[in-house]
Design a protein around this ligand. Structure first.
Ligand code: BEZ
Length: 211
């Protein structure tokens, strides 16, 4: 069954390029990004894994661990690592799960048979410190993901977890945010000492509270 926002991220134990990993234990109290790619030694996947490796310090800053997955075996992942470094200039610096028996792919509904019977689609799951799923994305094999967008969403998820705000279209860390509609004006005045501007009664903006 599909995994929905707010569901507990299913736990699993799997082989990876960094040895056997128990997902919940490995993740601990951090945030995590679990993402699948269809196949080793394929062009789009090679660029994606290099892109995530390059952004690893940004994920670290956000206390977010990253872990990739495909249904290829560990020895294939290990031999592919050289190509990823060669092509992208970035060594793989996070674990890649080898899900040959599709245990994790099935658990997370990463195989969409009408797209491909055997290979995983490009799924992304962002999991919070409480092990609940905060974001899901599904891309087709032909489209590489934008991992800067993933960082932007993590910034929003982390901010909105701590403050009664939402983030508008194309928001970036440091931009003004939206006061949660559930707050009355009086409550908003108390929570946001910098004040807010009511563009409409239901759309009130305030400077990002943790800046
Ligand atoms: C790729 O990563 O380039 C790819 C993988 C599977 C199917 C199509 C493209």
């Amino acid at each position: 069954m599909a995994i929905r926002l707010g569901d507990e991220a299913p736990d699993f134990t799997a082989e990876s390029t960094e040895g056997t990993i128990n997902f919940h234990e490995w993740k601990g109290d951090d945030w995590a990004v679990l993402f699948s790619h269809p196949k080793d030694f394929t062009p789009v996947c090679t660029t994606e894994l290099g892109a995530v490796a390059a952004l690893k310090p940004e994920f670290d800053k956000r206390h977010t661990k990253v872990i990739g997955l495909s249904v290829d075996p560990v020895d294939s992942h290990q031999s592919w690592k050289g190509d990823i470094a060669d092509v992208t200039g970035h060594e793989l610096n996070f674990p890649l799960i080898a899900d040959g028996d599709r245990t994790v792919a099935d658990l997370y509904d990463m195989i969409h048979p009408n797209a491909n019977d055997t290979l995983t689609v490009r799924s992304v799951f962002v999991v919070g410190p409480d092990n609940k799923v905060k974001l899901t994305l599904t891309y087709p094999a032909s489209t590489g993901r934008n991992f800067d967008e993933l960082l932007r969403v993590i910034d929003s998820l982390q901010l909105t977890a701590g403050y009664s705000v939402a983030t508008p279209a194309d928001w970036k860390d440091g931009d003004d945010v939206i006061v949660a509609p559930a707050l009355s004006d009086d409550e908003a005045k108390e929570k946001f000492p910098k004040g807010f501007e009511a563009k409409k009664p239901y759309l009130r903006v305030t400077p990002q509270p943790n800046k």
